[in-house]
Design a protein around this ligand. Structure first.
Ligand code: NAG
Ligand code: NAG
Ligand code: NAG
Ligand code: NAG
Ligand code: NAG
Length: 420
């Protein structure tokens, strides 16, 4: 961990940094010299300006930017800005300094973490975009509004979290085209309109846009970003899940699409998602049978299809997946279920309530099922399963070899407003 700095994206890679930011930051930024007087006027590197002496020229440059922003803050219930005075910017609450890559002996503001500060200001424009060495900006649960600042000119920038604020309008295009952006969290705002396809062309690892008012279809290039954690839940997205999702075969770990208006057949390309652990499309308008390719998802733990228009049988190979702990199929129109799946019901891992399965408790009425089958049945272009290694089948035959330590899913925490 000693080699990680704000300017090193390995930071994000290794351990979804947002989970640990407060801790890592305090480790990274403690420089041993913290307790000594910040700058003695005798120190040759000190930069004197406006009657203050700064540790570095780069700090002197951003000082007026920070002070100007501070004057626009009209709510600060926890007095977080109380110590934003004087030249020691690196010890201001929420500000973190580091040595920038272009000059290892310089000191610059590299990270900002205002998570939970509850600050209110009319805009972040003129602030964030005027901190040239900023790499990370986290501001979960504040009351910032206005336009999202243009971070595209910040050369080291890669993490933006403005979740649970008061932003509105269309998707913030100012965050697009940021070469190294890997982390974008704009959940719990009031953005609306389409999600521009260009955002999926960026090399994001994490994209959280849930709980906004996004409409329109998922774009065809949906699978073009190497994203690992994706939550689009609680919007009003429409259209089918694009087959390009197969391009996420080696990256996608968790995806939450619940509570949208997605429709059409489930693409058999879902079966290519080798790394997927959580797939949740509850409460959409998806229809068709479950593609048999789902039984290729060897790592899947949580699979939620509840409250859709799915029908036909529940594939036994799917129920046989070794790592599956929660398969939710309730409130659909399934009619058939085999012995392996019945075992899962017994274990409490499979919920098939409110379907059309004869002989099971808590099912839809015959009439409702019949009406559905007359109205909705149509074919889905799903070829037979192609899993080469027959891993699922092996399990069906009772060979259980793996014992793994499981990590708890992380994306469900994005469905509450505050930082995780
Ligand atoms: C805010 O914090 C500053 C510095 O920590 C302190 O001097 C000031 O008295 C505080 N103000 C209030 C209103 O508590
Ligand atoms: C950390 O300490 C070293 C050596 O004292 C110094 O060169 C460097 O600028 C300091 N970095 C920060 C961020 O204060
Ligand atoms: C690097 O930063 C130090 C400290 O601010 C400064 O004295 C030095 O001139 C800088 N070097 C270059 C090449 O800009
Ligand atoms: C992912 O798909 C690409 C292109 O189809 C393929 O070359 C690659 O081997 C696949 N990776 C995995 C881990 O399956
Ligand atoms: C399975 O997932 C559903 C939907 O998220 C949830 O309501 C249910 O409590 C979960 N069941 C178990 C046993 O974890």
């Amino acid at each position: 961990m000693e080699n990680l700095t704000f300017f090193n994206k390995a930071f994000t890679y290794t351990s979804i940094s947002f989970l640990f930011l407060p801790f890592l930051v305090s480790v990274l930024c403690r420089n041993g010299t913290d307790t000594s007087p910040i700058v003695s006027s005798a120190r040759p590197s000190g930069v004197s300006t406006q009657g203050l002496i700064f540790k570095d020229r780069r700090l002197a440059v951003v000082y007026p930017v920070i002070q100007a922003f501070k004057r626009t803050i009209f709510e600060d219930p926890f007095n977080r800005t109380g110590n934003w005075v004087g030249s020691d910017i690196c010890s201001y609450k929420g500000f973190y300094c580091d040595n920038p890559p272009d000059n290892e002996s310089a000191i610059a503001v590299a990270g900002i973490d205002f998570n939970g500060f509850s600050l209110a200001a009319p805009t972040l424009e003129g602030f964030v975009d005027n901190l040239p060495d900023l790499a990370i900006f986290h501001a979960n649960s504040n009351k910032f509004a206005g336009a999202v600042p243009d971070v595209s000119k910040l050369r080291y920038f890669y993490e933006l979290d403005i979740s649970n604020n008061r932003f509105s309008g269309t998707f913030p295009t100012t965050v697009m085209g940021v070469k190294d952006m890997s982390f974008l969290d704009i959940r719990f705002n009031s953005f609306a309109g389409e999600v521009p396809p260009e955002i999926f062309n960026q090399a994001l690892e994490l994209l959280f846009i849930n709980n906004n008012g996004f409409t329109a279809k998922l774009p065809a290039n949906f699978g073009s970003t190497p994203v690992r954690y994706l939550t689009l839940a609680n919007n009003q997205l429409t259209g089918p899940i694009p087959p390009s999702i197969r391009n996420l075969n080696s990256t996608l770990v968790e995806v939450l699409l619940l509570n949208n208006k997605l429709s059409g057949c489930l693409p058999y390309e879902l079966g290519f998602l080798k790394e997927i652990i959580v797939f949740d499309v509850q409460s959409n308008l998806l229809t068709g049978p479950l593609p048999s390719s789902l039984s290729c998802l060897e790592k899947i733990e949580v699979l939620n299809f509840a409250d859709n228009l799915l029908y036909w049988e529940v594939p036994e190979e799917l129920c046989a997946l070794t790592n599956l702990v929660n398969l939710s199929l309730s409130d659909n129109f399934f009619t058939k279920i085999g012995p392996v799946c019945r075992k899962l019901i017994k274990n409490g891992a499979l919920d098939v309530g409110q379907n059309c399965i004869p002989g099971l408790p808590d099912q839809k009425s015959l009439q409702e099922c019949a009406e559905f089958y007359v109205k909705y049945i149509r074919l889905c272009p799903n070829p037979p399963s192609y899993c080469g290694d027959n891993a699922a089948r092996n399990h069906l035959e009772g060979s259980k070899t793996k014992t793994k330590t499981k990590k708890a899913p992380v994306t469900y925490k994005t469905l509450s407003k505050h930082k995780f």
